[in-house]
Design a protein around this ligand. Structure first.
Ligand code: DAH
Length: 339
């Protein structure tokens, strides 16, 4: 029996030495020390020994169990260390490796220019307001002194929707909505999309952008209009910019003007950007027509105002020398990434 015990011990230790992982170690434990293990089986036979032999064999069996257990614990520890080492090695990070760049989005050129314009007008005390793109005939035309039979309706090819509704052809509709809900002094800016049934070409698009401005207060004159719009033009195009006011006609302003700025590309000599004229038309403006004020419940005897409508696409294409307006709407990343 002693021999058997020694043999079990040697075998168990031998097997532990060659155990490659935690599972193999546990298998050895079950095989020798488990309830149905080999050592346990031997101990069960101790009943057949003489009373003198029993304690000696018992002692030996306990010693062997202890030895196997000790080796088992050591082997477990070594294997665990090894595993940790392997895991750490696999997790090693090379912090000197260059990172992967994620593609960065950017603002659309129209948004860049609009943000700049909003900054300029905000600094002059303007509020930003919004208006619906689906408008009623009343706000888009009627209240702006363009009755149904007015020839000026021809100037703007309108997308008509259901009865009385249309896609706004001008942000000027926002003037009326503002004057109906606010009392003077009023100083607002309304940027947004507008729609006209135009054929698409390098300078026309059925969807484009305007920025409407409106100022109403006591004692507002044409000088205020000139001052504000000259200031705006110089901030957008640079301090040397020359500004020209040409007489024009809009049904909702009297008098009306169109505003040209000296071409920022050639300084006024004539080039591709200004099509040789030296000037770029950027907006329409005028003193708010007394009839428009009256229609909104503002007494034209007491108050006066000026309004303007700026073409955002025009400002953007001239600033960035974009020769085809379609670039602004096609969203080709190769184009947009340049801004
Ligand atoms: N709504 C005009 C257009 O689309 C532009 C304009 C002209 C707006 C004069 C105004 C203005 O507010 O006073 O052509």
């Amino acid at each position: 029996m002693k021999q058997q015990l020694e043999q079990i011990k040697n075998q168990a230790i031998e097997e532990l030495k060659s155990a490659a992982d935690l599972k193999a170690v546990d298998d050895v434990r079950v095989k020798y020390l488990g309830k149905k293990g080999e050592l346990t089986a031997i101990l069960k036979q101790m009943g057949g020994l003489s009373p003198e032999e029993r304690p000696i064999v018992g002692q030996l069996a306990n010693k062997i169990r202890a030895e196997i257990e000790e080796t088992l614990t050591e082997t477990l520890a070594t294997l665990k260390d090894k595993e940790t080492e392997q895991r750490l090695a696999a997790e090693t990070l090379d912090i000197t490796m260059p990172g992967k760049k994620t593609a960065e989005g950017g603002l659309h050129p129209l948004s860049i220019v609009l943000d700049d314009m909003i900054d300029i007008f905000r600094s002059m005390g303007f509020d930003i307001v919004d208006g619906p793109e689906v408008e009623t005939d009343y706000y888009n035309f009627e209240a702006l002194n363009v009755p149904a039979d007015h020839p000026a309706r021809d100037m703007q090819d309108t997308f008509y929707l259901a009865e009385g509704l249309l896609l706004r052809t001008q942000t000027s509709a926002a003037q009326i909505r503002t004057m109906e809900t606010r009392k003077p002094p009023i100083r607002i800016l309304c940027p947004g999309r507008v729609y006209r049934a135009d054929e698409v070409d390098a300078t026309h698009s059925p969807v484009f952008h305007q920025i409407e401005g409106l100022v109403v207060d006591k004692g507002i004159t044409m000088c205020d209009l000139k001052g504000v719009l000259e200031q705006f033009a110089r901030e957008i195009y640079g301090p040397e910019t020359k500004v020209k006011f040409r007489p024009s006609f809009f049904p909702f302003t009297e008098p009306s003007v169109e505003v040209d700025v000296s071409c920022s590309e050639c300084g006024g000599v004539g080039c591709r950007v200004c099509k040789g004229s030296g000037w770029i038309e950027i907006l329409g403006a005028g003193m708010v027509h007394p009839r428009v004020l009256s229609a909104c419940g503002i007494d034209p005897e007491e108050y006066s105002g000026f309004a303007f409508g700026i073409g955002l696409d025009r400002i953007t294409t001239t600033r960035y020398k974009i020769s085809d307006i379609r670039n602004l709407f096609e969203n080709d990343l190769r184009f947009l990434e340049q801004f």
